[in-house]
Design a protein around this ligand. Structure first.
Ligand code: FAD
Length: 456
């Protein structure tokens, strides 16, 4: 009996529970669905997924199988595929949050097949690490301690697939809607991406080779691109599993490599975000601490546009915004500073920033993005207090003391500045660094005064 395995943001053969279950069910049709709605909402992430497809197809072809790609709404695509292929079962990974899967089963069953949803190979199944009173954790450190005390399931090896009698037609591997939805030169971004499952494993090998006890401090230096794994995009599109990372890192630790514990802790933030998001699916739209929905702030407008274009006049913020536009990624500390500047110095709604990150990031992840923005804005469950306002200049002096990162993105003639100029619309590229939108001390005081009034 033929079964469909829908590769749903899990673009790999290794440690893929839905694929393992499908392989046990019969000949497998491996399916990827390119949903135009997703391409419009998250074009960089969609393009990033499209870049992973050739490698996935090649890996399947080495087994005599192949990737079937269909464009359209997932419910409609699955119904058509079930009718075309006579498949009796569809195996897929659970959505994030689970609630988004409600309509899917009806569509699949309506077409005459059964839907089997499998947990993603995160570190923990969602909702499985609980407080002593059986509730989900709202604070990271106790969550981390509980997770660390338990055991993380072993990754599953790639299964051997048996082949269907005939292959359904496939669309091409590219995703034109995603490319069209980008307002930037994708070719520039693509140069900064290493796509595919095999490349993700190579990147992990290289990272573990250079990992040492300095990871915890080096990861805060934006110009030190070797300090961290750089695997967030591979995790976001599912080229590698968090469990695989965990076990490889544990193995390195057993061989005396330093820095592993700090790295595992970072990885656990991703699971924490997914757990929170699963329990609070509207976290990307409403403040987790509901009283914060009334906090006075501005919406979109010229200052938000200046922030998006990397011309706030604050060098570290502008460098970060340009990095994201040209590469699809931004250094973690700079993300925190750029986000803080938007919500505190400019007093603009955090959702304006979240939406821009969601459009630009190749490692976009609904849960990590929402949790981190709420952390910065002070309205999340385990958030940085609002009154703690990052000073971007002090942060720059501390973490980019030699100006390497800022020069790379801002100095005329530097490689990053050239990449940004090649990726951005012409009107975004200035021949001078603009004057600050707001004096940093004044902006800070304005935010603190608003906070004091809000608390009264
Ligand atoms: P490493 O240091 O190698 O860490 C390993 C892995 O741990 C990462 O790949 C990532 O999966 C996880 N991780 C590390 N820090 C965090 C964190 N703070 N939150 C969640 N997971 C973490 N990360 C995303 O993957 N997608 C997003 O959409 C996203 N949006 C963000 C928005 C804001 C405002 C901020 C402040 C952070 C955001 N992050 C997001 C988290 C973080 O910036 C990236 O995960 C990190 O830059 C990845 O680099 P790396 O893979 O080299 O990290």
């Amino acid at each position: 009996m033929t079964v469909i395995c829908w590769f749903r943001r899990v673009l790999r053969l290794d440690d893929h529970p839905a694929l393992v279950a499908a392989a046990e069910g019969g000949p497998v049709i491996p399916l990827v669905i390119l949903d135009p709605a997703e391409a419009r909402a998250h074009p960089a992430s969609a393009q990033r997924q499209a870049m992973a497809l050739p490698d996935l197809d090649a890996a399947l072809r080495r087994q005599g199988s192949r990737l079937i790609v269909r464009r359209g709404d997932p419910d409609a695509v699955l119904s058509a595929m079930i009718r075309d292929s006579g498949a009796r079962a569809v195996h897929a990974t659970q959505g994030l949050p689970f609630a988004t899967d409600d309509g899917l089963a009806a569509a699949v069953e309506g077409a005459g097949a059964r839907l089997h949803l499998h947990p993603p190979a995160d570190l923990i199944p969602r909702g499985s690490v609980l407080t002593g009173t059986g509730t989900r954790f709202k604070v990271f450190t106790p969550f981390w301690r509980a997770l660390r005390k338990g055991s993380i399931a072993d990754p599953l090896p790639a299964p051997r697939l048996s082949l269907p009698m005939s292959w359904p037609a496939s669309d091409g591997l590219d995703w034109p809607e995603a490319r069209a939805a980008m307002n930037r030169g994708w070719d520039v971004v693509a140069r900064h991406v290493q796509a595919g499952e095999s490349a993700a494993h190579d990147r992990l090998d290289a990272f573990l080779d250079r990992l040492d006890a300095r990871y915890g401090t080096r990861r805060d230096t934006p110009s030190d691109s070797d300090a961290t794994s750089g695997l967030s995009d591979a995790l976001a599109v599912g080229e590698i599993s968090a469990r695989r990372l965990w076990h490889r890192a544990m193995n390195a630790q057993a061989h005396g490599i330093g820095g592993v514990e700090d790295f595992l802790r970072e990885l656990a933030w991703r699971d924490f975000a997914r757990d929170l998001f699963d329990a609070t699916p509207n976290m990307g739209r409403t403040c987790w601490k509901s009283e914060w929905n009334d906090f006075p702030c501005s919406g979109d407008g010229p200052e938000a546009e200046a922030w998006r274009q990397g011309r706030t006049g604050v060098a570290l913020v502008d460098a970060g915004m340009r990095e994201m536009f040209a590469t699809g990624r931004m250094h973690n500390r700079v993300r925190m500073i750029a986000a803080s500047y938007l919500v505190k110095h400019l007093m603009i709604d955090w959702r304006v920033g979240l939406d821009w990150f969601a459009r630009c990031l190749t490692d976009w992840d609904a849960a990590s993005n929402a949790m981190n923005w709420q952390w910065v804005a002070g309205c999340g469950p385990d958030a940085s207090p609002y009154f703690r306002v990052f000073n971007p200049d002090t942060q720059a002096a501390k973490f980019d003391g030699k100006h390497r990162y800022r020069d790379h993105w801002l100095k005329p003639g530097a490689q990053g500045a050239a990449d940004f100029a090649a990726a951005a619309p012409r009107s975004w590229v200035l021949d001078h660094h603009p004057a600050p939108l707001i004096d940093l001390d004044r902006g800070r005081q304005r935010a603190l005064d608003a906070y004091a009034r809000f608390r009264r």
